[in-house]
Design a protein around this ligand. Structure first.
Ligand code: NI
Length: 257
């Protein structure tokens, strides 16, 4: 059985045909998915979807590209979602200096606030970092005492050196379609070196479809393609790896059944 630890089923390309999408990933032996919120309305929608389907769990938070909407009311809304029995993480949160360069200070502020919320709510964090790994590592180290419930670096594309520092902080690393891209040389190498009890598979659906499906709408049903590639670069058996990844998910996301 496979797991998708990061997908966006609230996306326009998915939400109106969700019954079919769930049926398709169930047929592909994907038995759990974590549906990730990016702002308050999105977090409410992923919660509603999680209530409808047994295999769907969710995370709530403000994505760095959505922090224009971060306010007291939004924060309170997120906090109330976090105590839901199917809410397994705060996320996605983090820093994105690729798409948003002009509000770094504000991104950092909202990232730290949400790390604090995760500690209070006893939840792990689901972290998005793009072109900001230096600042991210510094923030995470400075806030080490608030990382009691751990976290995952989603779609990890950093170096093994940075990964080693993050491992010490209790982080997990999730790999998706980019692992299969022909031009992504360092990702398979890093993925092959990490401990088996600290890795996950994800799609980031509807984005980042794996080879040979690049350019199509990604869905959780594509997880077996990613798991197969991950097993291949690590020299492991795909079923054993998938079982271990499910165990890892239940260890980090403690509310997941
Ligand atoms: Ni995402």
């Amino acid at each position: 059985m496979f797991i998708d630890t990061h997908c966006h089923l609230d996306d326009e390309k998915i939400k109106d045909r969700l019954d079919q999408v769930v049926q398709d990933f169930t047929n592909a032996n994907v038995s759990r998915v974590i549906n990730i919120g990016c702002n308050l309305p999105s977090s409410i929608l992923v919660k509603d979807q999680a209530e409808k389907y047994d295999s769907v769990y969710f995370a709530a938070g403000f994505h760095p590209m959505d922090i224009k909407e971060y306010c007291k009311e939004g924060e309170d809304g997120i906090i109330s979602l976090l105590s839901h029995k199917k809410c397994v993480a705060v996320g996605e949160i983090g820093l994105d200096y690729y798409w948003e360069k002009d509000n770094k200070e504000r991104q950092i502020e909202c990232f730290i606030s949400q790390i604090e919320i995760a500690k209070t709510m006893k939840l792990p964090i689901n972290v998005h970092i793009r072109d900001a790994i230096g600042d991210a590592v510094k923030i995470l180290k400075d806030n080490k005492d608030k990382l009691t419930y751990g976290g995952v670096m989603h779609c990890y594309s950093g170096s093994i050196e940075v990964a080693n520092e993050l491992l010490k902080l209790g982080f997990y690393f999730s790999f998706g379609g980019t692992l299969t891209f022909k031009n992504a040389r360092n990702i398979p190498e890093v993925a092959s070196k990490l401990p088996i009890d600290r890795i996950f598979t994800e799609t980031d659906c509807p984005y980042l479809s794996p080879e040979p499906l690049r350019g199509t709408v990604n869905e959780p049903k594509n997880i077996p393609i990613i798991a197969k590639k991950l097993a291949e670069v690590r020299g492991e058996n795909v079923e054993d790896l998938a079982n271990q990844i499910m165990k890892n998910a239940k260890t980090l996301f403690t509310k997941m059944k």
